[in-house]
Write a protein that binds this ligand. Structure first.
Ligand code: DX5
Ligand code: ZN
Length: 218
């Protein structure tokens, strides 16, 4: 059964509590942190994650689109994140290892993220020690972009690496996921789907979550 992680980026930031409640039939809550440097946009920071933690028991999946993420791992862990994912392009390998080490120390789950340009093989040095690999199917920075079909072969390649080196590691996909592309990424091997506009842009949010799971009955 795939997990669905609604992206709060498409929620109404003036009504976060309401919009978190609206997606309670989903599995995880995906929170996009952007620093205006790794990506041009600026979104949510530590205090907002802390406030979200107080109002929900949902699993907080925090996607860090920030340069040199090791600087902020402790702060986001202390704010209540359950999983932190960091971009492999955001630092040199020793910095990535340091960020993963702090996640271990803080006992949060560890994720690594690949921009569309980054190849599947880039996960290999880290795969055995992480809980999740996230493949971006849009350029990170904004919601509502078109799904990049050329990433499907990368998802399939990483699924093969996971089966070989770390069965049980989650394979998450983020960007342009809707009921049609959800089917494609699940076939390619993804098991956690992030969706912003396909969920919050729908008139019936619960039905939209069910549709991403492949359930047409709702
Ligand atoms: C983009 C973010 C995504 C974004 C997805 O950088 O990482 O999580 O919210 O939005 P949709 O599902 O609308 O493409
Ligand atoms: Zn994201």
């Amino acid at each position: 059964m795939v997990k669905i992680a609604p992206s709060l980026l498409s929620a109404d930031f003036g009504n976060l509590a309401r919009d978190i409640e609206r997606v309670k039939t989903a599995d995880w809550l995906h929170i996009d942190v952007m620093d205006g440097s790794f990506v041009s946009n600026i979104t949510i920071g530590v205090p907002v994650v802390k406030s979200i933690r107080k109002i929900t028991d949902m699993f907080l999946d925090v996607h860090l689109m920030i340069e040199k993420p090791s600087r902020y791992i402790s702060a986001f862990a202390d704010a209540g994140a359950d999983l932190l994912s960091i971009h492999l392009e955001a630092d040199m390998p020793p910095g990535i290892q340091e960020a993963l080490r702090i996640m271990d120390e803080k006992q949060v789950k560890k994720g690594i993220v690949l921009r569309p340009i980054t190849s599947a093989e880039a996960v290999l040095p880290y795969l055995e020690q992480v809980d999740l690999v996230l493949v971006m199917t849009v350029e990170p920075g904004f919601g509502g972009q078109a799904f990049m079909e050329d990433q499907l072969s990368k998802i399939a390649a990483i699924r093969r690496y996971i089966e070989q080196y770390h069965p049980g590691c989650y394979l998450q996909v983020d960007g342009g996921v809707d009921p049609k592309t959800a089917k494609q990424v699940i076939e390619a091997g993804a098991d956690v789907l992030v969706a912003g506009s396909a969920i919050y842009g729908a008139s019936d949010v619960e039905a939209a979550i069910a549709a991403l799971r492949g359930d047409q009955r709702k």
